[in-house]
Structures are given as C-alpha cells and as structure tokens.
Design a protein around this ligand. Structure first.
Ligand code: KIV
Ligand code: ZN
Length: 531
C-alpha cells in the first residue's frame, strides 16, 4: 500500500480565474458538491479579496461542504488574509493559503522589493495567518524560477513562522521533470522542520508538462498535489486532476502513493464543469474525452471484443463513463430517463425531471434515437442558472450568394415581444446583430465552434459561442438540426448572461457605492489574471 497523497483541487480558484471559465455562485456550489462526491481532500474555493463574488463563494462553500478542508487564497498581507479568514468563518476545516513571489524576475519587475523585504513579508504573513487559523499553506510563487538557495531561505522562513503545507509552484510551466523533482528533494533535505510540513506540487501546462511534473514532484517527496478538473486554469491550464489520479491508479506498481479519490466520479465531474463553463474538452483528451475509450481501427475493435485488456488500460466504468450506445427512444418513461441521468452523474430535482422529460419527449419525436450527448444537451439548454432575460420566439434568415444576409428576430421579455432585423455578411452574424439591437448589449464573438452530436445523419449541430460584452466574456451553447438557429440561441444565452451579470454589477454599486472589494470585482472581471 502506498503513502496517502492529498488531492488539493483548485478548479474554483486557479481554474475559474482563467478567461472563459467563470462561474456564478450557484454554479460554484454545484461544482463544489461534485468535488465533495469525488472525494477531494482540499477544495480551494476562491480568492476572497479579488471580488465580492469570490468572497461569497468561499463563504457559501464553507457553510455547506463539511468533509474536505476548504482553502481560501490570500496575498501575503494582512488585508488579504483578513478577507480570506472572514470568508472561511463557517468552514469546518478552514485553510488560509497565502503566497508571495520569490523569483528575481518577479521581485524586480512585479513586486519591486528586495530579497530581504520579501523574506520579512513571508514571516509576517504566515505568522499572522497562523495566529488566526491552525492550517496555513504558503506558496513561493514562481518557485520553479527562483534561485535555489534563496528558495530554501524563503521556505525556512515560512516553516519557522508556522506553515503546515509548503507548496512549490511552477507558476509559468517552465520546469523540466528532473528539475522539478530535484527542487522537492532539496527543499525536503535542506529546510529544517520539514518532517512537520506537507510538501505540495502546483504545476502549469505551458510546455505540456503539468501532469508529468506533478508525478516528478511526488517522486521528489510531495504528498499533496494541486490540480483542476479538465486541467482548466491560467493560460495553458493547470495539471488535470483526472489524469494524475488515473496515472496513480493504473501505475500503482511504479508510484509510491495512493489517493482517496472515487474514480467513478471523474467523468461526471468533467461533464459538470463543461456544463457550468461552456468550455468543452477536446475529443482525444485523456480519461474524459469523448474518444478516450473509442476504438475505430478494425484490428483494435477485434482485439477489444476478444478481450478489452488488449487495447484498454482503463475500463470506462472505472472513471464513470457509461457506454455510448443508443439509450432511449420516444417510448421510454421518466424512470428510465432519471436512471440514465444518474448514470451520467446528473441528479435532477422534481421540477427539473419534468422539464427534462418534456424536452426529451419533444426531441424523441424529432429524432429516432436519443443518445447520452442529447441528454446532456437537454440539461444544458433547460437548466441554465442565469435567469433567462430574453427568450427567442421566432427567427428568420435569408442568406444570399452576393454576400449579404438578413435576419429577423423576435424576442420576448417579461411577456413583451420585441422585433428587429439586421444584415451582415452571413446569416449567423445577421442574427447576432438583430439580437444586439433588441438587448442593447452588443457583443463581439471571441470563439465560435460547431460539432455534431450523435452519429450519422441523425446527428445534430452543437454550437458553442464565447462572446465579449463590455469587456467581459460569456459563453452559450445550443444544439439543433439547424446550425443558424443553434448559433442564434447560443449567442442569446451568452447575451442573457451578460445582461444579467452587468446589471448585477451596476445594482451592487448603486446599493453600496464602490467599495474596495467591489472595485476589485470589476478589475478582476475586466482584467482577469491581473492580480
Ligand atoms: O501558479 C501559481 O503560482 C499560483 C499560486 C497562487 C499558488 O496559482
Ligand atoms: Zn497557479
């Protein structure tokens, strides 16, 4: 039996702060519930000083999720730490996670501080956090590019001041595996008092090495790893939780650790995050991609039919992936539908069951067979947590070969109908233009992707759109046989989120006047990653 490795999930903090992955409070809570089912050991719920929304999310997660440790991030100063601690008040097992950059590059260009000043700040911040909370983590940001002797001094200062976990981030995804492993081995050997402290990895994927570096850190002595579902996170992302967990599960012969993760919840966690953020994983993504267990080549199919271990090192149910066969048709009842949703990791409330069933029967009337992807699409379309401000009642487009297309749109809001039309180069742009004219919140498309859902001629188009409204990005997704309709509805979803969120921010400032936290919320939203 291997030593126990702690899984620190930062999907709701490092993951959520990456552009396009933002979630509202209810979405964060739903994700936190799933992370609890997955059995993560530590759940980093946010960066409370960064925004009122982050503070509220950490507080709400602390109130409801009782089993894992709940961590909140703070820069190395009293104001940040107080804010993190106030958000953690209700937590059963709180942790303050404080960080300060230690590389010469960050000291010179970002902090404009000397090494001595930074050492003092570390001692103060960790000591102050420890005076409030018995569980304190310290991260020397950009440890991967920090001079090794100075890093040892910083770690020593943190341990002396009472840090219980030391996390060594490769903030910019720069390290190669032997370097990252060596850093852990050296810190463990040279920092006095390390026997009382848990060492932790935190890796980014800029060179595609985040998971490999995490495993290297474990070999170097780390017993906590920081990671996110689907590997979401700053720039190229963080280390993907599902990949590390399954590497440890499959190769327990070669790795000295084991995790407490319930692997059967991995697929549901990945799907839920995709639903919450609108950011899908690529088809060939390890462990949770649509093709991760698909065998196309005849020779492979033959082998798998004879014995799956010929070409499969993981059986799909181990990660909670059910087979992708036809599941339901128009004669299927509510019970079968609910059961299938549960197999897909989606638990529905009674009103949600009714809504899903009605959408399912509509779809089953149009389509002979309903697939898992269709069921997921139904829930995505029917259960958006942002209240629908405008509903699409009707739209018509005329596409012309001379390059101009026209769209006429009818939207309804609070029982009132609004009509408008616009022309553009293509029918989708024309539909977006007409929607903008009605919502009066024009957006710019940042990303537009189409793929087919379900096999063969029975497949439908799923359009995912990311658009920028007043500097902030929102996403929408819709599935239909008609690509233009799917695009218009996906865009309207994003526009509804924008109208809702921008009004919420305006209402907040009208209610309270601009508070420092509120300003932070705006800064954070308009300049993500700018802390
Ligand atoms: O990448 C990083 O250095 C971080 C720290 C705040 C831990 O996310
Ligand atoms: Zn990070």
């Amino acid at each position: 039996m291997g030593e126990r490795l702690l899984i620190f999930d930062t999907t709701l903090r490092d993951g959520e702060q990456s552009p396009g992955s933002s979630m509202n409070l209810e979405e964060k809570l739903e994700m936190a519930r799933q992370l609890d089912r997955l059995s993560v050991d530590i759940l980093e719920a946010g960066f409370p000083i960064a925004s009122q929304g982050d503070h509220d999310a950490v507080r709400a997660v602390s109130e409801e999720i009782r089993r894992p440790v709940i961590a909140a991030l703070a820069r190395a100063n009293q104001l940040d730490i107080d804010r993190a601690w106030s958000a953690l008040q209700a937590a059963a097992r709180p942790r303050i996670h404080t960080f300060l950059a230690t590389s010469d590059i960050h000291l010179k260009y970002k902090l404009r501080k000397s090494r001595e000043e930074v050492l003092k700040m570390i001692s103060f911040a960790v000591g102050y956090a420890r005076s409030l909370c018995p569980d304190v983590e310290f991260s020397p940001e950009d440890a991967g590019r920090t001079d090794r002797s100075y890093l040892i001094e910083c770690c020593h200062a943190a341990v002396e001041a009472g840090a219980t976990t030391l996390n060594l981030p490769d903030t910019v995804g720069y390290c190669l595996e032997p370097e990252y492993e060596q850093m852990f081995a050296e810190v463990k050997a040279r920092v006095p008092g390390m026997e009382r402290v848990v060492l932790s990895t935190h890796t980014h994927d800029d060179l595609g090495l985040a998971v490999a570096n995490t495993l290297a850190g474990i070999r170097g002595g780390a017993r906590q790893i920081e990671c996110t579902i689907n590997g979401i996170g700053e720039r190229a992302g963080n280390a993907a939780l599902e990949e590390i967990v399954m590497a440890i599960h499959v190769r327990r012969d070669a790795l000295p650790v084991e995790t407490g993760i319930r692997t059967e919840e991995l697929y549901a966690s990945s799907q839920l995050l995709t639903r919450m953020t609108g950011v899908a994983v690529q088809r060939n993504k390890a462990i949770v991609g649509r093709n991760a267990f698909a065998h196309e080549a005849g020779i492979h199919q033959d082998g798998v039919l004879k014995n799956a271990i010929t070409y499969e090192i993981i059986s799909p149910p181990t990660v909670g992936m059910t087979s992708n066969q036809i599941v339901l048709g128009k004669h299927s009842g509510r019970h079968a539908l609910v059961q299938r949703y549960e197999e897909l990791g989606i638990r529905l409330t009674k009103p949600e069951i009714e809504r899903a069933y009605s959408l399912f029967t509509e779809l089953a009337d149009r389509k002979k067979s309903v697939y898992d992807e269709d069921l997921i699409a139904i829930v995505e379309e029917g259960f958006d947590h942002i209240p629908e401000m405008f509903t699409l009642k009707l739209f018509q487009t005329v596409a012309s070969s001379d390059g101009r297309s026209t769209a006429t749109v009818e939207l309804e809001k609070d029982g009132e109908a609004f009509h408008d039309s616009a022309t553009a180069e293509g029918p989708c742009d024309a539909a977006f233009g007409a929607i903008d004219r009605i919502t009066k919140t024009p957006g710019t498309i940042v990303d537009f992707s189409v793929h087919t859902v379900g096999p063969g001629v029975d497949g439908v188009a799923e359009v995912t759109i990311r658009a920028r409204f007043q500097g902030v990005e929102f996403s929408g997704r819709f599935t239909s046989h008609n690509i233009v309709e799917a695009a218009a509805r996906a865009y309207l979803q994003a526009a509804n989120k924008a109208v809702y969120e921008l009004r919420r921010i305006a209402a907040l400032s009208a209610d309270r006047g601009p508070s420092p936290a509120h300003e932070n919320e705006l800064v954070n939203r308009y300049f993500p990653g700018g802390y």
